[in-house]
Write a protein that binds this ligand. Structure first.
Ligand code: AMP
Length: 181
């Protein structure tokens, strides 16, 4: 199954993705996660992307398109994919349509999540993530058993640098300016 999941920051794309993955044996491909990994590993792509990400701005289309195409060609995508956070602009959507057809993996299902701004603010500012295993918590709605420690792997939880109200406003503006649905 080839699936896209769309929605602004804090809409619940990660949480919904976990539920979808219980039903389908496909990889979860989050462009945000891939970029953060590149930043952590200080790759050339990570260095180019970091300034945009820290400002809550979108990373240039050509960098993202190339990254996604490379990923979709990996063997674990043979049964399909769950793409999270891509495409985010019209240019990305057009490039994706062409690329997905060319490599024989056209999209079959699209999920678009809509959530009010106040709820997004609450979810984003309370969100904590495990940098090691990717588990997602919320300080009130889904706290870890021991404060600040991942239930799954015991690592110290972190708050994403861009998970602030100020950055969320910029990210929402970016989302609205480019929204596809
Ligand atoms: P996310 O984890 O989806 O909230 O993405 C975090 C940040 O990564 C975004 O604010 C953008 O800077 C960047 N990013 C992720 N996906 C894309 C995309 N498809 N196009 C451009 N930038 C992206």
């Amino acid at each position: 199954m080839n699936i896209l999941i769309m929605g602004p920051a804090g809409a619940g794309k990660g949480t919904m993705s976990d539920l979808i993955l219980r039903e389908f044996d496909i990889p979860h491909i989050s462009t945000g996660d891939m970029l953060r990994e590149n930043v952590r590993n200080n790759t050339e792509l990570g260095q180019q992307a970091q300034q945009y990400m820290n400002a809550g701005k979108l990373v240039p289309d050509e960098l993202i398109n190339a990254m996604v195409e490379q990923r979709l060609l990996e063997p674990d995508c043979q049964k399909g994919y769950l793409l999270d956070g891509f495409p985010r602009t019209l240019v990305q959507a057009q490039a994706f349509e062409e690329m997905a057809d060319r490599i024989g993996k056209p999209v079959e299902s699209v999920l678009a999540l809509e959530v009010s701004f106040d709820t997004l603010v609450d979810r984003i500012t309370g969100r904590r993530i495990c940098p090691k295993c990717g588990a997602i918590y919320h300080v009130r709605n889904k706290p870890s058993k021991a404060e600040g420690i991942c239930d799954e792997c015991g690592s110290e939880l972190q708050q994403r640098k861009d998970d602030t109200v100020e950055q969320l406003k910029v990210r929402m503006e970016e989302y609205d300016d480019h929204r596809l649905l």
